[in-house]
Design a protein around this ligand. Structure first.
Ligand code: NAD
Length: 428
């Protein structure tokens, strides 16, 4: 049996909650510290405030014995390891807003003042290179009045995918541990002993940069595939046949080559923008990364242009949107490609009816002015056009439902999902 630890997690969002639940599942004593009281009490009732496959079951098994959530930082003063999992949203100029990181570091520092041992403060949030050294370490040491040899620091970026987060956390491709010293690195390595991932040990700054580089590369693969898809569409070539032939090359790999409406979510757009901002700060013009974002911003508008090409004016036309979440199996709508599409359609006077198995409530908070359907059929009933925007697996089984639309049905895909001949795709 591997060693177990007392762990505090700052921030109980997608990353913090999954991290906390998984470490509790692995036998550790975990306290999630969350400023949002409602989130904390929901976790304590075993109800996940977010949807993530398998999470509810882990909470049921661990809450009340090895897992608790609280708004108090008290547990930090006796924890072996403290994870920072707070958000790092973008500033208006695209750079990373580090105010939550700083505030968590200050609270951790204050709480560590009477810590009797050697706590390891570990950043899991995605932060620009230099953040641990310039913000986290000085704030923790300054507020705890401890010296550098009394507290360890690690940067342990998270690579989980929303919708498959538990699976990814428990079966990682690799575990990256950047550290301030060997002692801190060894403690974090021991925490991860029971997971079978390759462990890569680096400096703090290299670990910070690994996360940005990985996300920028994946986003680049998507924008590259979309650009090839746009060209293929004009040439009358099926981009999916092309990418199948391309992805079987082991130097390229088959993943992230699906052309479509572009990438969204809480990570790729903001992390690529933050990297662009960082590059500019150090006097580099990130030509490729700028193009990655530009292609991604054009893609949803291509979807809207396709609708107009098919319908002419969209004014007063009923447009069904299938899928609001930025990807399948999540209720997260952050930077979802449905948002610019819906906004453009509203602006042109369309009557938009949207359906998503999980994300409608979230979308209502930012776009209240459209109709939200309770089912695919309700969204499609008498619709002039249907846009498939999220790759929910259940959409691939739709068939008779399209006969509810005005005929002949205009069905357009932003994600290749439907096996029908009468469908047109954004890049196919
Ligand atoms: P989130 O917004 O879902 O969660 C952050 C949580 O931190 C919120 O619940 C917020 O209330 C809480 N919080 C903020 N300040 C706090 C404080 N001082 N003390 C306690 N709680 C505080 O964000 P997320 O999606 O979990 O992302 C967190 C970090 O992980 C970001 O840097 C993100 O880029 C990175 N990341 C996210 C994913 C993902 O798929 N969501 C994957 C890998 C990495």
């Amino acid at each position: 049996m591997s060693a177990t630890f007392s762990v505090s997690i700052i921030g109980g969002g997608y990353v913090g909650l999954v991290t906390g639940a998984c470490f509790a599942y692995l036998g550790n004593k975990v306290t999630i510290i969350e400023v949002d009281e409602q989130k904390a009490s929901s976790i304590n009732m075993g109800i996940p405030p977010i949807y993530e496959q398998g999470l509810e079951k882990i909470l049921k098994d661990t809450v009340g014995n090895r897992l608790t959530a609280t708004t108090s930082y008290e547990s930090v003063s006796t924890s072996d390891i403290v994870f920072i999992c707070v958000g790092t949203p973008p500033n208006n100029d695209g750079s990373s807003n580090l105010q939550y990181i700083r505030s968590a570091a200050i609270s951790i520092g204050t709480s560590l003042m009477n810590h009797p041992g050697y706590p390891v403060v570990t950043v899991k949030s995605t932060v620009p290179p230099g953040t641990c050294e310039k913000i986290v370490i000085p704030e923790v040491l300054g507020n705890s009045l401890k010296t550098a040899n009394c507290v360890g620091f690690c940067m342990n970026p998270e690579f989980l995918r929303e919708g498959r987060a538990i699976e990814d956390f428990l079966h990682p491709d690799r575990i990256v541990i950047g550290s301030s010293d060997k002692r801190a690195e060894t403690i974090l390595r021991t925490l991860y002993t029971s997971l079978n991932g390759n462990v890569i040990c680096t400096s703090l700054t290299a670990a910070e940069m690994i996360k940005y580089t990985a996300n920028a590369f994946l986003a680049t693969k998507i924008s590259f595939s979309n650009e090839i898809g746009n060209i293929c569409k004009k040439l009358g070539v099926d981009v999916y046949e092309v990418m199948k032939g391309v992805g079987l090359d082991h130097r390229i790999g088959p993943h992230f080559l699906n052309a479509g409406a572009g990438f969204g979510g809480s990570c790729f757009p903001k992390d690529v923008s933050a990297l662009i901002s960082l590059a500019k700060e150090v006097g580099e013009d990130p030509i490729l990364l700028r193009s990655v974002i530009e292609v991604n911003e054009q893609q949803p508008l291509k979807m809207v242009n396709l609708v107009k090409k098919k319908l002419g004016s969209v004014k007063g036309k009923k447009i069904a949107i299938l899928g609001l979440a930025f990807k399948d199996n999540t209720d997260d709508i952050r930077d979802s490609r449905s948002i610019p599409v819906i906004n453009a359609l509203i602006q042109d006077g369309a009557d938009v009816h949207a359906y998503d198995p999980m994300a409608s409530e979230h979308m209502k908070t930012i776009i209240p002015s459209i109709s939200y359907a309770e089912s695919v059929s309700a969204a499609l009933q008498d619709a002039d056009c249907c846009l498939v925007m999220t790759e929910w697996p259940q959409f691939s089984h739709l068939s008779d439902e399209f006969s509810l639309m005005k005929q002949p049905a205009v069905i357009l895909e932003g994600r290749r999902m439907l096996n029908r001949d009468d469908v047109e795709g954004i890049c196919w």
